[in-house]
Ligand binder design. Structure first.
Ligand code: 5RP
Length: 293
C-alpha cells in the first residue's frame, strides 16, 4: 500500500540552499553532454584526473609484436591494474573477458600494414559496433605532415562527428613519420590540430625539451605513448616527467608488456600517475613487487 504520509507537506525542501552545479574535473571537457562526460570519467579517474591506459592494439598493422604473441597469456592477467584497455575489436571479442572492469578504447582506424605506407589509413569501424561493444572512446591515427595527412584528418573529423552522436569520445593519436623530427614544435602543431578539429583527448610522445609547451597550448587532455621499450627506471622517469609537465596520464604498451615484470611495472606507473610518486620511489616499488612475484 502506498505510503500516504509520504505526500504530506513535511518534506525538507531546503529552500535556502542554492542547488550547486557540479563542475567537471577534466581539462576542456566541461561543456560536453552527460554521456560523453560519463565515458571520459571511466577513462580518467575523477580523483586524480589522470589515466593509466594499457595499449596493445599494435597487431592492427604489425601483426604479433613481441609480447603480444599470446594476448590471452600476456595481457589478460594485467587487466585488473589498468584503467582503460586500448585494443582492436577483434582482440576484444576473441580474448577479453566481458566482465572486465576497465573502460574500452577501440582502435578505429586501419588499412596499411608495416609493408606499406602507414598514413594511408581509413576508418575501420562502424560506430554502431562501438556502441555494441560499450566503447568509451575510439582511437584514430593522425599523420600531420605525412603523405596522407588530409585523409587521416578527415578520418578524425568523421569519427568525432559519429562519436558525438552517441557520446563516445575520440582519441587522436599523433603518428610521426620516420623522417620527421620529434620535437615540441612538431607536437604542438599536431596535438593542437587534433584538438581544434574536435578530438576529446590526444595521445602524443613525450619530449624532454619543451613538453610543457605542448600540454599548455593543447585545450584538451594529453596522454603520452610509451614508445620503444626502455629500461624500467627510464620509462618511469618519462612517465613522472610527463605528469609533472601537464600530461593527464599514459597510454603505454611495450614498456609494460615487454617488461620483465609487467604487473609490477603497471603498478609502479599507477603510483606515479595516480599517487604522485617520484620515479625513484616507483622504481623501488617495481623492484619490491617484482621480487615478491
Ligand atoms: C600505435 C599505437 C599504439 O597503441 C601505441 O602507441 C603503442 O604503445 P607503445 O608505443 O607504448 O608500445 O597507438 O600507433
Amino acid at each position: 500500500m502506498a505510503d500516504l504520509d509520504g505526500v504530506k507537506d513535511s518534506k525538507e525542501f531546503h529552500t535556502g540552499v542554492p542547488q550547486q552545479a557540479a563542475d567537471f574535473f577534466l581539462k576542456g571537457s566541461s561543456h560536453y553532454d552527460w554521456g560523453l562526460k560519463n565515458r571520459l570519467s571511466r577513462i580518467f579517474d575523477p580523483q586524480s584526473g589522470n589515466t593509466v591506459m594499457l595499449a596493445f592494439d599494435h597487431g592492427y598493422f604489425q601483426g604479433p609484436t613481441t609480447g603480444l604473441e599470446r594476448i590471452d597469456l600476456s595481457i589478460v592477467p594485467l587487466i585488473p591494474w589498468a584503467d582503460t584497455l586500448m585494443l582492436t575489436r577483434g582482440v576484444l571479442r576473441s580474448l577479453i573477458p566481458p566482465a572486465s572492469r576497465p573502460s574500452i578504447v577501440l582502435r578505429a582506424s586501419g588499412g596499411p600494414s608495416i609493408l606499406k605506407e602507414l598514413s594511408n589509413e581509413e576508418i575501420a569501424l562502424d560506430i554502431e559496433d562501438a556502441v555494441r561493444l560499450n566503447a568509451a572512446a575510439l582511437a584514430v591515427q593522425v599523420f600531420v605532415g605525412g603523405e596522407h595527412e588530409t585523409k587521416s584528418i578527415h578520418n578524425l573529423t568523421r569519427l568525432v562527428d559519429q562519436g558525438l552522436r552517441y557520446g563516445i569520445a575520440t582519441l587522436a593519436v599523433t603518428a610521426v613519420g620516420k623522417d620527421m623530427v620529434r620535437d615540441a614544435k612538431y607536437f604542438r602543431l599536431a596535438t593542437r590540430i587534433c584538438a581544434e578539429l574536435g578530438a576529446q583527448y590526444v595521445k602524443t610522445y613525450y619530449v624532454e625539451e619543451g613538453f610543457e609547451t605542448v600540454t599548455s597550448c593543447c585545450p584538451v587532455p594529453i596522454v603520452i605513448a610509451g614508445g620503444k621499450k626502455l629500461p624500467e627506471l627510464d620509462a618511469l622517469t618519462m612517465a613522472y616527467n610527463a605528469i609533472q609537465r601537464g600530461a593527464n596520464g599514459g597510454d603505454m604498451g611495450r614498456n609494460i608488456f615487454q617488461s620483465d615484470a609487467p604487473i609490477a611495472m603497471l603498478q609502479a606507473v599507477r603510483a606515479i600517475v595516480h599517487g604522485g610518486e617520484t620515479a625513484a620511489r616507483a622504481f623501488e616499488m617495481y623492484n619490491t613487487l617484482k621480487n615478491e612475484a
